[in-house]
Design a protein around this ligand. Sequence first.
Ligand SMILES: Nc1ncnc2c1ncn2[C@@H]1O[C@H](COP(=O)(O)OP(=O)(O)O)[C@@H](O)[C@H]1O
Ligand SMILES: [Mg+2]
Length: 338
Amino acid sequence: MTQNDLYSVEITGLKKKFGDFEAVKDISFKIKKGEIFGILGPNGAGKTTTLNMILGLLRPTSGKIIIEGYDNSSEGEKIKQLIGFMTQETVVDSYLTARDNLRIFAKLYHIPKERIAEKVNHALEEANLTSFADVAAGTFSGGMQRRLNLVKSMIQEPLILILDEPTTGLDIQSRVGMWDEIKRLRSKGITIILTTQYLEEADQLCDRIAIIDHGKVMAIGTASELKKTVSKGNMLSIKVGLKDRTEVSKILKSKLKLDFDEKDDGLFVISTEDIQLDRLIKVAEELKKNKVEVHTIGMHLPTMDDVFMKLTGSSIRDSTGDQKAGKNIAKMGWGGRR
Ligand SMILES: Nc1ncnc2c1ncn2[C@@H]1O[C@H](COP(=O)(O)OP(=O)(O)O)[C@@H](O)[C@H]1O
Ligand SMILES: [Mg+2]
């Protein structure tokens, strides 16, 4: 064991192959003690596979994982005691009460018999489920089940909590409630590693974010650091009628000498300089002169959307919307790419 005061988890050159398919290609990152570290990526990016290797459930094809100073290839038993885990699926037994679900878990984690009742009561309180303690968990709402799940993974008082897509499928209110719970755990000094497909979740909740796609780390940093890599100041976005796309490309490139990203739906984004009002006016005048059908035009500071666009070249808005998750949350609409 090698002690490190700064980092809770250190991952170097992690790879995982399933047959010929490399699900995790080359992942390295360090997670600081007490931070909320988000692994952000679309479906199939390799998030769960990475977590399963950190948990010791899957053996890496190559690479090194150090957790609280312990090497996970040889000191797995010690590590197991330090980590709490909430899977992507809700795993509460529907027929058992909230209390019994927790009791069973406490036994699994070898909590001494005489301490179980007290621990379970405390967990019920934390989950705000005391008045539902003796109700079958199957009757709970999605948010209540998720809260039960969360305190369940905390029952052995881990140093590190790993949450695989803790808010996927939750309605917006439950999602925000879960964020508050996760922040409360951070304030107790627990290191939290979570995966997410939601840009806004990474932006609002995580202290640092690793963006992964196709099994590779594309970028790591705080949300504001990541945004600054796109633009240090304002960006200009212009949405035009589809028939005018070619014309607008020409105007921006040849006449105005501006570099831009162009999206399929007629959205042009310029991030090569800090855009000021006089620049916006010049662009607008040029478009008007050429009778371009302008739907919207405006300046905005870079968003996580822009970060994604820059790193992967793909837009991340799910045009079909995510009913359950609430429409105002940006979700990567990349399911089924593989
Ligand atoms: N046991 C497995 N055998 C073969 N392929 C797998 C296995 N587990 C995951 N994969 C594949 O690895 C890729 C990454 O999966 P996963 O880590 O679950 O992604 P994510 O959690 O980011 O959605 C996917 O293409 C998935 O189909
Ligand atoms: Mg997953």
